[in-house]
Design a protein around this ligand. Structure first.
Ligand SMILES: Nc1ncnc2c1ncn2[C@@H]1O[C@H](COP(=O)(O)OP(=O)(O)OP(=O)(O)O)[C@@H](O)[C@H]1O
Ligand SMILES: [Mg+2]
Length: 268
């Protein structure tokens, strides 16, 4: 049997994804080891969200194979696919919470993957469940907002509640698709640090797509750069150069926040 520690938790083998005749990902090969914390960068339309959705098991390759936690996503259905999806937590840019539900209910929906709203309500009759929600909120320093409605929280607080819900799901893999795009740089840094810290502590694999490159220096092990559906570069954040980013981002380069990123090479 293969050494479990050496088997990648996420593996793309020559993956191409075609949607409505358009090639979205082209010949992508990628391996991510357990506990590795990877940032996915690239201009708008490069394929970052598509790649993350393939890891989450909601999109399948047109060509090639995607293996997640040892399971080929395109080869499982029904219960096995649900089992796989439960082990992958997904944090979106915003709108992660159900607006009409109190924070406690929203957090408890992370339990057992997809709880129905009824079960989330019902669960609050059990003090043990409320304790669980409160403990998870404590991890993101929001234990005092248990009974707030999402609309009463700031954008950063809402993201922290969504992270508390993810924690209750206890996923092996954490995916976040531009989780800080709707936040200012200070709150964005806070959320990225929280994700990196939690992933490290739990030995969870973390894959985050980011437009705010200033945050790459917060502790990612590796950066993967996509351009027009292809991986054009990967390496440690410290190896990124201005020239490389200019090539990857083209016209979008000027909109990037690069002030705090120690980059080598020509200034734009
Ligand atoms: N369901 C779909 N049908 C048709 N085209 C799609 C679909 N999903 C994505 N695309 C196209 O695939 C390309 C990659 O999309 P994707 O959302 O993965 O990019 P992205 O890197 O996440 O971009 P952004 O930074 O803007 O979020 C885009 O050109 C997009 O229009
Ligand atoms: Mg996207």
């Amino acid at each position: 049997m293969a050494d479990a520690a050496a088997t990648p938790e996420i593996e793309f083998a020559q993956v191409t994804k075609v949607i409505e005749g358009k090639t979205i990902l082209a010949d992508v090969s990628l391996q991510v080891a357990r506990g590795e914390r990877v940032a996915l960068i690239g201009p708008s339309g490069a394929g970052k969200t598509t790649l993350l959705r393939m890891v989450a098991g909601v999109l399948w390759p047109s060509v090639g194979r995607v293996r997640v936690l040892g399971t080929e996503t395109g080869a499982v259905h029904g219960r096995s696919l649900c089992q796989l999806r439960k082990q992958v937590g997904f944090l979106y840019q915003s709108d992660n919470l159900v607006p009409g539900l109190r924070v406690a209910h929203n957090v408890l929906m992370g339990r057992l993957g997809k709880w129905s709203l009824w079960r989330a309500f019902w669960s609050l009759l059990f003090p043990r469940e409320v304790e669980r929600a409160a403990a998870s909120l404590q991890r993101v320093e929001l234990q005092d907002r248990l009974w707030a409605l999402p609309g009463e929280l700031s954008g950063g607080e809402q993201q922290r509640v969504a992270i508390a819900r993810l924690l209750l799901q206890e996923p092996k893999i954490l995916l976040a698709d531009e989780p800080v795009s709707s936040l200012d740089i200070r709150l964005g840094r806070e959320i990225v640090r929280l994700l990196l810290g939690l992933a490290k502590e739990r030995q969870s694999t973390l894959l985050v797509s980011l437009h705010t490159l200033e945050l790459l220096g917060e502790g990612f092990d590796r950066v993967v750069a996509l351009q027009q559906g292809r991986i054009v570069w990967q390496g440690p954040p410290a190896a990124l150069t201005r020239d490389l980013l200019q090539q990857v981002y083209g016209a979008e380069y000027r909109t990037l926040q690069l002030d705090a990123l120690p980059l080598a090479g020509r200034t734009a």
